[in-house]
Write a protein that binds this ligand. Structure first.
Ligand SMILES: C[S@@+](CC[C@H](N)C(=O)[O-])C[C@H]1O[C@@H](n2cnc3c(N)ncnc32)[C@H](O)[C@@H]1O
Length: 276
């Protein structure tokens, strides 16, 4: 989603560094005792907290990311930390090199044509794997404002080539790719009805960043390919920038209300964890 860098990436980095609930889910999925175990984090992003968690449980953490800036941030987050700049579809590791590979919110953002190769690479390098993705079908609310935001965010996900519902089908996809079902399990996590409008204000901000990033990518690729910019796409993205900015300010206002009693709750997307 954020391969081109720039402002949008900066704001997404800030958001990803604040992830709390996804870390709780990852923590539940990893063994309490990791003494002597090697844990690879594929598509690790900028957040150093999984590394800290693994090391606090006695494991050795290695981060990998295709984006050089992300790998560099991981490397700099702890003196002993190993970080690798590489692609999930060509992991520079030996067969079975890792006791555990953890891959969170990467599969859903990969181009669909690369997903099967990615799963085969994980199965080759990790003795155990845990793959976590969102299932946005569970992101629901009676609030028209939240509903409107979900529509805009879904449209953006589509334009960015992400599958926000990948978690819904990830187990089935992994089974089909590996041509087996034994030893493949699924667990779902949801925060239940919540009124945490600060978090969705952040998500709305990040979606605006994504829309701006998509506009830059379109302008840059048109210049590279010597073709006219797709004005229809630019206009659609302008509309989505305006809509997500509106959502952000509405959610921020709701978050700032002292009395939350009249606020309509929403259910977060599920995080689906598949192990194999
Ligand atoms: C949405 S972020 C998730 C980051 C982190 N796993 C987390 O949950 O906080 C997706 C990450 O995957 C990385 N990524 C995208 N495509 C990749 C690929 N082909 N190989 C390796 N990493 C990739 C991106 O650079 C980004 O850091």
């Amino acid at each position: 989603m954020y391969r081109e860098g720039g402002e949008a990436m900066k704001s997404e980095i800030e958001r990803m560094r604040e992830f709390e609930w996804p870390l709780d889910v990852s923590a539940k999925m990893l063994s309490e005792h990791l003494e002597g175990k090697t844990v690879g984090d594929i598509g690790a992003g900028p957040n150093p907290n999984l590394g800290k968690l693994v090391e606090s449980r006695g494991g050795k953490y290695v981060a990998l990311d295709m984006n050089f800036a992300m790998a560099k941030m991981q490397k700099e987050s702890a003196p002993e930390r190993n970080a690798v700049n590489a692609d999930i579809t060509h992991l520079p590791f030996q067969d079975g090199q890792f006791d555990i590979l953890h891959t969170r919110f990467v599969m859903m953002n990969l181009p669909a044509s690369q997903r099967a190769d990615a799963i085969r690479e994980l199965a080759r390098c990790g003795k155990e794997n845990v793959v976590l993705d969102y299932d946005w079908t569970k992101f629901q609310s009676e609030s028209p404002q939240v509903q409107a935001f979900i529509v805009s965010a879904r449209k953006l996900g589509e334009l960015a080539g992400s599958d926000l519902d990948f978690g819904w089908k990830s187990k089935q996809f992994i089974e089909a790719t590996l041509a087996r079902s034994e030893g493949i399990t699924e667990e779902r996590f949801n925060q239940g009805p919540i009124k945490d409008y600060k978090t969705i204000a952040g998500l709305a901000k990040s979606m605006q960043g994504l829309a701006k990033n998509l506009q830059n990518m379109e302008t840059q690729s048109a210049a590279r390919e010597g073709r006219a910019v797709n004005q229809e796409l630019i206009e659609t993205l302008n509309g989505l920038i305006a809509a997500t900015a509106e959502s952000e300010s509405q959610f921020a206002e709701t978050a700032a209300l002292e009395d939350q009693s009249g606020v309509i709750p929403f259910t977060s997307p599920d995080i689906v964890a598949v192990t194999f």
